[in-house]
Design a protein around this ligand. Structure first.
Ligand code: NCD
Ligand code: ZN
Length: 360
């Protein structure tokens, strides 16, 4: 085990308990095989999003998907996929108990039409009150994509409107239900999570800590910076960064790494999603360092999520080294396609050490 250094900004070495990714898109088939090794190199566990096509709507489908992930693991990998169910208008309450028994940890609420593969999502959350009751009883976590889908609502306002019209009433109707407000992007979301009742938490992505909406238009249209919820104004980014830099325990790491082939991103109607799994921890380290808060990175990345989900913290460690490296311009993806990672071709200041380096 490594000695811990008092000032990682000065020594350039930062040891952390191995982190988990509490919001991840792994896809399926050859795409899964292309992206899984990146996550396995960094994280012990990840919450696997169920927005496949068709979506993972039953305990049986979640079990089968978990097996396909395990089958795709590199040799000797130690990695636990934590499975979720995709809620629809027709999710039977009985499915919740079956899900719990099969090891599913939560259910994802996608408002219908909010994002990639959400067509089958929920049109009116009040129809699911029976399901939420079962979830609260079974101890399953509700993971929420928090945006309204009304095309009349400005795309930058959809998260804030969702809180008032959907999420706050839902959280009040189900006071025992554990809720993760996924990939929050606004100070309104922060206020809701940090000022709310017990049992509410949020994930924060690297892109929403590092970039504001100007990054979508820097020198031209930047499809690889487009994700949902969309990047917001600088005041929101600052509020998110300040909150994680204070060490807020209700906030934790969830990359929302969401791979799409280059041809699907660089298109007349480009897909939403930023791929960040290749450098997840390095990107978060950059954000925390910029805020002078590297001492809070470990709790954010490795403690808060496990504590909220009621799972044990990981016992092994990873090592971050302050040593520049250049992100490749692209990685191979499914069907001969290419994946353009966040910060493609740019230099990152931190590097995650390989397992044998961390053990030295
Ligand atoms: C995600 C995807 O591609 O599956 N895209 C994204 O922009 N985050 C879906 C999602 O989480 O909204
Ligand atoms: Zn997502």
């Amino acid at each position: 085990m490594l000695a811990r250094y008092a000032d990682p900004a000065a020594t350039g070495r930062l040891s952390l308990a191995r982190p988990d990714d509490w919001h991840l898109h792994l896809r399926d088939g050859t795409a899964l095989r292309a992206v899984l090794p990146f996550t396995v190199a960094q994280f012990a566990r990840a919450i696997i999003m169920p927005n496949l096509s068709p979506p993972v709507t039953s305990a049986a489908a979640a079990t089968a998907y978990r097996q396909r992930i395990l089958d795709a693991l590199p040799p000797h990998a130690q990695f636990t996929p934590l499975m979720t169910l995709y809620l629809t208008d027709r999710t039977p309450p009985e499915e919740i108990d079956a899900a719990r028994e099969s090891g599913v940890v939560g259910c994802k609420l996608y408002p219908a039409g909010a994002t990639t593969h959400s067509e089958a999502g929920v049109t009116d959350v009040r129809r699911l009150d029976g399901v939420f009751e079962r979830m609260a009883r079974a101890g399953l976590v509700l993971q929420v994509h928090g945006e309204v889908t009304d095309p009349a609502v400005d795309v930058f306002e959809r998260e804030a409107v969702f809180i008032d019209t959907v999420l706050a009433p839902l959280a009040a109707r189900h006071p025992q239900l554990k809720i993760v407000f996924e990939h929050i992007t606004t100070h309104q979301a922060l206020q809701f999570v940090l000022g709310g009742r017990e049992g509410i938490a949020a994930t924060v992505t690297p892109q929403h800590l590092l970039m504001n909406r100007n990054a979508l238009f820097a020198g031209g249209l930047r499809p690889h910076h487009y994700c949902l919820p969309v990047l917001k104004a600088e005041e929101h980014r600052r509020a998110l960064l300040a909150a994680v830099a204070r060490g807020e325990r209700r906030l934790f790491l969830g990359t929302d790494s969401a791979p799409h082939a280059r041809r699907a991103k660089e298109a007349a109607c480009g897909c939403a999603g930023v791929f960040s799994a290749h450098a997840a921890l390095e990107l978060y380290a950059e954000a925390f360092e910029a805020a002078g808060a590297l001492q809070h990175l470990e709790a954010f990345a490795s403690h808060n999520g496990a504590d909220f989900y009621g799972l044990p913290r990981n016992r092994d460690a990873v090592l971050l080294i302050r040593e520049g490296w250049t992100v490749p311009a692209k990685y191979d993806y499914a069907d001969g396609g290419e994946l353009v990672p966040l910060r493609a071709g740019e230099t990152l200041a931190w590097r995650l050490a390989a397992r044998h380096e961390a053990a030295q």
